[in-house]
Design a protein around this ligand. Structure first.
Ligand code: WQD
Length: 317
């Protein structure tokens, strides 16, 4: 029986991962400062520590007292636009948080780590689909903090025993159950729902991109599929001296217009989306190559865009 500590485990993704880790027979400790997470999303069978990952003493104490095998590090600031306006906040929270966590893990002798990285590390890649060997050139302070986190983990593992897996999330959507929806509202599907709630037309940020229908293409991944990838990554990290980076996506792109059509299908009426000017910083296409994760982790997504939209619609606040 192994025990995993989830930083940010009371958040949208963390709440799903906590449940799937428990279902896999592992024990779970959630460490979260509740700045964005929700206490009522922590499963009853999980231990809870209210603390910031920046509090090294608190993290070290939790690792030691619960005899933690590994950490799934989810706690981070993740709004690209905010990171441009407040870079120091992002470097303090995301890079400072990783520094604090790795120090606490070294002190406690915790050997395994699964790290929540992001497709944002690629920036605007020269080709699509994107393999993990693609040169990383993040465009935002957020993406830079995610890439720096990977470098920190790699360097720490060269200095002490650390078995690690970094997961580069693509576009996460959907909900495993109605009470676990994405409350951040910083992403396409929650923003479309918010527009509908206000009685406004959802907006397509640019319809003149070099894509099939002119709107941006992304690789949307159901949060339940993403969560299952974390359990597989934890098992891999437990298995030995691992150092691995995996894209987590479906390998298939969907355009903004296609997402809008799926929302219309789910809500049962034409939502009347309208094209407006482009949003700065949006690459035309970001689709994952998933060859490595399927070959080395034996994981593949099983849920499609309609599953994501329908489950998100059922979970909206
Ligand atoms: C998706 C597409 C928009 C809203 C996100 C996160 C980032 C990272 C990767 C975690 C874009 C378009 C959006 C709207 C629109 N995730 N759009 N109308 O920008 O791909 O990045 O995933 O690490 O943190 O931000 O996601 O959901 O913001 O946008 O047309 O009302 O939808 O232009 O093409 P993005 P997004």
């Amino acid at each position: 029986m192994t025990t995993w500590l989830l930083t940010g485990g009371a958040g949208y993704i963390g709440a799903h991962v906590a449940r799937d880790l428990l279902a896999s027979g592992r024990q779970v400790v959630v460490l979260d400062d509740l700045s964005a997470g929700h206490r009522d999303r922590v499963p009853a069978d999980a231990a809870f520590v209210e603390a910031s990952v920046l509090d090294t003493d608190a993290v070290r104490a939790a690792l030691t007292s619960y005899d933690v095998t590994g950490v799934i590090h989810l706690a981070a600031k993740k709004a690209v636009g905010e990171s441009v306006e407040k870079p120091l906040l992002y470097f303090r929270e995301n890079v400072g948080g990783m520094t604090s966590l790795l120090q606490a893990m070294a002190d406690a002798g915790t050997r395994c780590l699964v790290y929540s990285s992001s497709a944002a590390v690629y920036g605007e890649p020269p080709w699509s689909p994107i393999s993990e060997d693609t040169p990383c050139a993040p465009l935002s302070p957020y993406g830079q903090t995610k890439l720096i986190g990977e470098w920190m983990v790699r360097d720490e593992a060269a200095a002490r025993p650390l078995s690690w897996v970094a997961l580069r999330y693509f576009n996460v959507a959907g909900a495993g159950s109605p009470e676990l929806g994405d409350t951040s509202a910083n992403n396409l599907i929650p923003m479309v729902f918010d527009a509908l709630d206000r009685g406004e037309a959802p907006q397509v940020f640019g319809s003149d991109y070099p894509t099939a229908d002119g709107s941006c293409v992304r690789d949307y991944i159901h949060v339940s599929d993403l969560s299952e990838a974390h359990v597989a990554a934890a098992a891999l990290a437990e298995s030995g001296d691992v150092a691995a980076i995996f894209n987590v996506g479906t390998g298939t792109g969907a355009s903004v217009w296609e997402v809008m059509a799926s929302v219309s299908d789910v809500v049962g009426r034409d939502i009347g989306a309208v094209a407006v000017e482009r949003r700065a910083g949006d690459p035309p296409e970001l689709v994952a190559s998933v060859d490595r994760i399927s070959g080395e982790l034996g994981w593949a997504a099983s849920r499609d865009l309609r599953d994501m939209v329908a489950s998100a619609w059922a979970a909206r606040g």
